[in-house]
Design a protein around this ligand. Structure first.
Ligand code: SF4
Ligand code: SF4
Length: 153
């Protein structure tokens, strides 16, 4: 049994503690399940700006918007970026709605976040249209990503 992951989450921990102070369960609960970070991206070589496409990583389950191989994602998808509390300085590439980015910037979580609403069901992120469920397509490797640019999100 993983004692830490079974521990209760502290009251409104995302407002009261730094990301580096969270338990693993609290850290995972920060994610809103939007899967925007699993969209393929293109980076401007000149200024490093990141632009998103509607093409999702081949390991994404488009219905649940969850990784189909989360424990092995770094092995089976070498381009998958593993978010950790120590990497908050790099979070600028994440979508502007990403909860890790919001918390690292000292901003509040949105009203539809599973920690705030919806009894934690995780459905509100889909019904308000923030998740990629309604538009993303799985990558098959033949696409020219430039044809699928949706810009900054
Ligand atoms: S963009 Fe952020 S909040 Fe959304 S799935 Fe990725 S890590 Fe979670
Ligand atoms: S490996 Fe999983 S977590 Fe990583 S980008 Fe792909 S779907 Fe997302």
């Amino acid at each position: 049994m993983n004692i830490e992951s079974e521990a209760a989450m502290r009251d409104r921990f995302w407002e009261r503690y730094q990301l580096t102070e969270l338990s693993s369960r609290e850290w995972e609960a920060i994610c809103d399940g939007c899967a925007r970070c699993c969209l393929q991206k293109l980076e401007d070589e000149d200024d490093g700006e990141v632009f998103y496409t509607s093409i999702a990583c081949r390991l994404l389950d488009l219905e649940s918007c969850r990784c189909s191989d989360y424990p092995n994602r770094n092995i089976n998808e070498p381009n998958c970026v593993h978010l950790t509390p120590e990497r908050t300085a790099e979070f600028h590439w994440l979508p502007s709605t990403c909860s890790y980015r919001l918390v690292s910037e000292g901003k509040p979580l949105p009203s539809w976040h599973p920690l705030i609403s919806d009894n934690g069901s995780g459905q509100a992120v889909h019904t308000v249209g923030v998740s990629v469920r309604s538009f993303a397509m799985l990558q098959d490797g033949t696409e020219d990503l430039e044809d699928y640019l949706i810009g900054k999100i």
